[in-house]
Design a protein around this ligand. Sequence first.
Ligand code: TXA
Ligand code: MG
Length: 356
Amino acid sequence: METKFWQVSATHPDLNIIKQAATIIREGGLVAFPTETVYGLGADGLNPEAVKKIFVAKGRPNDNPLILHIAEGKEILRLARQADGDPRVQQLISRFWPGPLTLVLAKQKIVPDEVTAGLDTVAIRMPQHLVALALIKESGVPLAAPSANRSGYPSPTTGQHVFTDLGGRIEAILESGPTGVGVESTVLDLSGNVPVILRPGGVTREALTEVLGTVELDPGLSDPRLIPKSPGMKYKHYSPRAEVFLVQGERAKVATKIKELTFHYADQGKKVGLLLTQESWASLGAEAEMLPAFYRRDLGSATQLEEIARIIYSELRKCDLQGVEVILTETYQTGGIGAALMNRLLKSAGQRVIKA
Ligand code: TXA
Ligand code: MG
């Protein structure tokens, strides 16, 4: 099929285009759209046949449930029976919605099994992006939407990324420029007594703790021997075609190790890409020029993790476009948004961390 590529202003979306996109959704088709985190691939979340098309277009395993996106907080009542009567839900909604927080709650019958992969819980969020909100409103239904990448690949943060992955496989793409957060929403499971983060993301554990008191992390996130409770977290994920290695240690030692590894892989005839912080480039100093690296990028300061999170998927994709075969990059402290950044980097590296 031919994929329509519509440019839409992120601040003043053209309602004519939104209406055409909403028609596609109501007729059971797929439309990719921007959110504040990453681009999503939307279908009518109450139409099982439309939802099934998402799995086909992405090549997504069937046991991986989808998030329903809504445009008004009160819509949650129609989708999650737990929403009425659980005071935590209201507190979280008023503090974090619209925004990068997904709530996992006991579902209502109206939610199809195709969305939840047969689970009795449903994941719901209200995105903070005018184009997403307008599309949901015009469609008149909750939008089931995973990240709009081919399954396993880094999530898309521009409409062009979506086109690269899904052009010809979906009806339309709404393009509004790069997304603001750059990594996906935090998935918070409220179906038990203690709130559990199933996927770290745009809303930090620290911020959630302020509202909820105790917030746990799914042990499956850090222990590779356990099966994560969020089905999506168990797959190989966020990986460019190039092999990714994370180098960890003190700044000066990281620089030395990167040097060593660059020579090692270049000797093997590999095209090495270096995605390093400003601090590491500074630490390498004049020697950086001598390295047999094929591609180099400065990710900015290690003290500005929001900025690194915002660009990381795009930088991984650029390495692929350049034909890089081995990516050497770093690890970060895991406070705040660092938790999400490190979770994604570890996955894209298949957990390969090299100690400096
Ligand atoms: O920021 C985001 O959340 C983006 C944008 C488009 O909204 N969406 C996104 O969707 O990242 P996706 O499908 O790529 O990731 C959804 C995650 C998966 O890890 C999935 O397993 C988990 O949420 N999930 C969905 N429903 C669940 C449920 N009922 N129980 C546990 N985990 C669930
Ligand atoms: Mg995804």
